[in-house]
Design a protein around this ligand. Structure first.
Ligand code: APR
Ligand code: ZN
Length: 252
């Protein structure tokens, strides 16, 4: 691997050429204080995803998910702020270098950082709906219902509320998948940030981009299964690497 600064100079040049599409995972929000899923301290090292994140378990006993939301997720949603990695991506979009962010994250931090085109492949933890009548609930409304009872229920029909996230065992939103695949096929550079790339079908995106002629950059602090496909691998913290990619050269 070339030394980091030569590597970064090459990647910076590729970003400056535009046509970039970002694909992000939990690692991009780690420096905002949101634990990732895998690796040290990850959610799935403390909570069983088969109970907390699987649709069939949610339908049999929604209180598991809702107690996790009440005790862990809710605070993070309110406290977490975009970090320099999120803001660097919003800056890339502002400069017309980045088409969109395709994210697996459900935290809404890309939008909070100012990114306008964000495709949420795994939905959002800021949207909720009633399992029975489908009425939609914003975060504050779902929290108000949660204050009353767990699991929270719909004010219209008494049905149980569910989060607007994609549970394991559910299909990804078709429109988001189509848009993400189209972006990956047209990208000149796919910039993957903070994902272990082990959860499909989302993890297909880098391969779709690569096989459609894009170059591939991985910004991740650990190896991933896509490493041998990558044109650039930057080992490091997203919050440090990403601002580097958008830092303008000081005037000569
Ligand atoms: N900077 C860069 N990379 C980081 C950082 C950081 N500060 N912190 C962690 N990472 C890397 C980890 O090394 C890991 O490879 O980010 C990756 C996070 O991987 P996961 O925790 O598996 O998260 P993700 O890839 O987003 O998971 C995909 O799995 O549980 C489902 O639906 C959930 O969307 C999630 C999907
Ligand atoms: Zn209802």
């Amino acid at each position: 691997m070339k030394s980091n600064d030569i590597l970064m100079a090459g990647l910076k040049e590729a970003v400056a050429a535009g046509g970039v599409v970002a694909f992000t995972g939990a690692g991009v929000s780690a420096e905002s204080g949101i634990p990732t899923y895998r690796g040290t301290g990850g959610f799935w090292t403390q909570y069983d995803p088969d109970k907390y994140a699987a649709i069939d378990y949610f339908l049999t006993d929604p209180s598991y998910y809702w107690s996790f939301f009440r005790d862990v997720r809710r605070d993070l949603l309110h406290k977490a702020r975009p970090n320099p990695a999120h803001t660097a991506l919003a800056e890339m979009e502002r400069r017309g270098l980045l088409e969109a962010v395709i994210t697996q994250n459900i935290d809404g931090l890309h939008q909070a950082a100012g990114s306008r085109r964000v495709i949420e492949l795994h939905g959002s933890n800021r949207r909720f709906s009633c399992l029975d009548c489908g009425r939609e609930y914003a975060l504050a409304e779902a929290e108000a219902a949660l204050e009353k009872e767990l699991p929270p229920r719909c004010g219209e029909c008494g049905g149980v509320l569910r989060p607007g996230i994609v549970f394991f065992g559910e299909m990804l939103p078709a429109r988001a998948v189509d848009e993400a695949h189209d972006l990956a096929r047209r990208a000149r550079l796919l910039l993957v940030i903070g994902s272990s790339l082990v959860v499909y079908p989302a993890a297909q995106i880098p391969l779709i981009a690569k096989t459609s002629g894009a170059r591939l950059a991985l910004v991740n602090d650990e190896p991933t299964p896509a490493d041998d496909l990558a044109d650039w691998i930057v080992r490091g913290k997203a919050g440090e690497v990403m601002p580097e990619l958008v830092r303008e050269k000081p005037p000569a």
